[in-house]
Design a protein around this ligand. Structure first.
Ligand SMILES: Cc1cc2nc3c(=O)[nH]c(=O)nc-3n(C[C@H](O)[C@H](O)[C@H](O)COP(=O)(O)OP(=O)(O)OC[C@H]3O[C@@H](n4cnc5c(N)ncnc54)[C@H](O)[C@@H]3O)c2cc1C
Length: 494
């Protein structure tokens, strides 16, 4: 350690990784394995490090450890991106060297990036297994599913602990309570040569090639309001760890002219109980009840398909209601659906009422409106023969607006129960555009020399999150970013 020109501590490394979640830890391990001297900086204390990763169960869209789930690539590439210009995006089919600057920096999904994810994910999980991780097929909170999943045994916390231990074993230097604030660039060629950071002891510089892995901006109210307007007021991070992700990684790279990807108007929304301070106090049971707003009215189809594929879109409609909250109303028949409680993860008790009028009074919606809503819904329910809780059963309402497309059975057996539901922010969609080699791309489609990025900070999702891919891509591109950053300094093996 030396002192720099402006009298701040200067630490010299080959690679500096910003962020200690799955993307940062995999980057740090990978860079160290490739011979680099590595630092990992995290704004959190050691006991709180790991951002979102610390709190996730970390489901992975995998069919097995060797194979990604069916349709992974198509689902990611086909996520609705608005109406991109065909005269630009047709270049996806051209050889890499023939693609224009306009295409390379365009704000759309890069099929090469997605293909790299699919190709490298199995190898990445095998590599993590080599560092002590264990993966298995574990129970999910979803009553019906559209894809296959695996998860690390011990969830994201196991990633933080096990990959953190591996990184220490590889000689990675951890700097906690160290917040990266700006990228340092070489005055000659403009390449990234380190980060300026703040610590409780004052400002420091960490010099080296940089991998940004500092998560999204869900923990920054100002950026949330800037990008999401009024919706920022009726959401909050789904778990404590998201509060550490304040968007400096995005801001630093944008200041250098980085290009973007992923929707800046949406975030990954999950339905949770606003009363609970538990991480991911999710309410996934609404396909078996009805959702009503403060006026006691239904406003959405609660059951358009498997809950894992549809909950985000339904949650956005919940957020559009007054104060961003709705209530799910259940009766004894819905509560008897096998495993229903697995889809209710709040630590708060339901609100109960012997009658709908009593329930309405307790949840603060007009009793006559709730009774009218449920009566209209019940009258539209079909013959319940054929009900099947295990998959979409086609039991749809008749002539009701909005309809309920599956599992439509009358709510008639009191006592009734209700839970409030709001949209929690799991992570933000808008982020940096990166290549399949995790290089940050500038607005002229060129890699920013010395700068790589991985994880939530990088943009991929546009309208509907392709579930169980965030940890997977964080690990996959974290590993790639660390390798590439190390190679840029110490060279590739002969
Ligand atoms: C409750 C919950 C459930 C989830 N379920 C799933 C799931 O089942 N499957 C799935 O794929 N995804 C899931 N996700 C999303 C997924 O966990 C995250 O998107 C992923 O873990 C993000 O990893 P990351 O490394 O990019 O960021 P994070 O894990 O958030 O790590 C970012 C790190 O950067 C640090 N940091 C931030 N800013 C700075 C700065 N300026 N300087 C230094 N350090 C900084 C933070 O302290 C943090 O340690 C879930 C998330 C949550 C919270």
């Amino acid at each position: 350690m030396t002192r720099g020109e402006v009298d701040r501590e200067v630490h010299e490394y080959d690679v500096v990784v910003v962020g200690g979640g799955v993307a940062g830890l995999t980057a740090a391990c990978s860079a160290a394995e490739h011979g680099a001297r590595v630092a990992l900086v995290d704004r959190a204390t050691e006991s709180e490090t790991g951002g979102n990763t610390r709190y996730t169960e970390a489901f992975l869209r995998m069919a097995s450890l060797e194979e990604t789930a069916d349709g992974l690539e198509d689902t990611l590439v086909e996520d609705f991106m608005g109406h991109p210009d065909p005269s630009v995006v047709h270049e996806a089919a051209a050889p890499v060297e023939r693609r224009s600057a306009l295409y390379r920096s365009h704000h759309v999904v890069d099929p090469d990036y997605v293909a790299e994810l699919a190709a490298e994910a199995p190898g990445t999980l095998a590599w993590m297994t080599g560092h002590g991780m264990r993966f298995d097929v574990l129970p999910t909170p979803f009553l019906t599913t559209s894809t296959t999943r695996m998860a690390p045994v011990g969830g994201g916390l196991a990633i933080v602990e096990t990959m953190g231990k591996a990184a220490r074993g590889l000689g990675v230097a951890f700097h906690f309570e160290t917040t990266a604030r700006a990228l340092l660039t070489d005055p000659g060629d403009g390449s990234v040569v380190g980060v300026a950071a703040s610590t409780p002891g004052g400002p420091v510089e960490l010099r080296g090639r940089v991998v940004l892995a500092s998560g999204g901006y869900q923990g920054n109210a100002e950026l949330m309001a800037r990008y999401h307007g009024e919706r920022a007021l009726t959401t909050r991070p789904v778990a404590r760890g998201g509060n550490y992700n304040k968007g400096e990684g995005l801001e630093m790279a944008l200041a250098l002219g980085a290009a973007t990807a992923g929707s800046f108007s949406l975030f990954h929304a999950e339905p949770v109980d606003p009363r609970s301070g538990e991480p991911e106090a999710a309410i996934f049971c609404f396909p078996h009840g009805v959702l009503v707003n403060a006026a006691g009215e239904r406003f959405t189809d609660e059951a358009r398909g498997p809950i894992d594929a549809w909950y985000e879109r339904t949650t956005r409609e919940i957020q559009a209601q007054e104060r961003g909250v709705a209530w799910v109303v259940l009766d004894q028949q819905s509560l008897a659906v096998p495993n229903l409680r697995a889809g209710i993860r709040t630590d708060q008790p339901p609100v109960r009422g012997a009658t709908l009028a009593e329930l309405a009074a307790r949840i603060g919606v007009p009793a006559d409106a709730l009774e009218r809503t449920v009566a209209a819904y019940n009258a539209a329910c079909p013959d319940p023969a054929g009900f099947d809780h295990r998959s979409p059963d086609g039991l749809a309402t008749n002539g009701l607006v909005p309809p309920k497309s599956n599992w439509a059975r009358p709510l008639a057996e009191g006592p009734f129960e209700a839970y409030p539901v709001m949209a929690a922010n799991v992570f933000t969609f808008g982020g940096l555009k990166t290549t399949a080699a995790a290089e940050v791309v500038d607005r002229d489609g060129r890699p920013v020399a010395g700068l790589w990025a991985a994880g939530e900070l990088t943009g991929l999702y546009y309208s509907n999150y392709t579930g169980s891919t965030s940890v997977l891509r964080g690990a996959t591109f974290g590993r790639i970013a660390g390798r590439e950053a190390a190679r840029s300094v110490v060279g590739a093996p002969a």
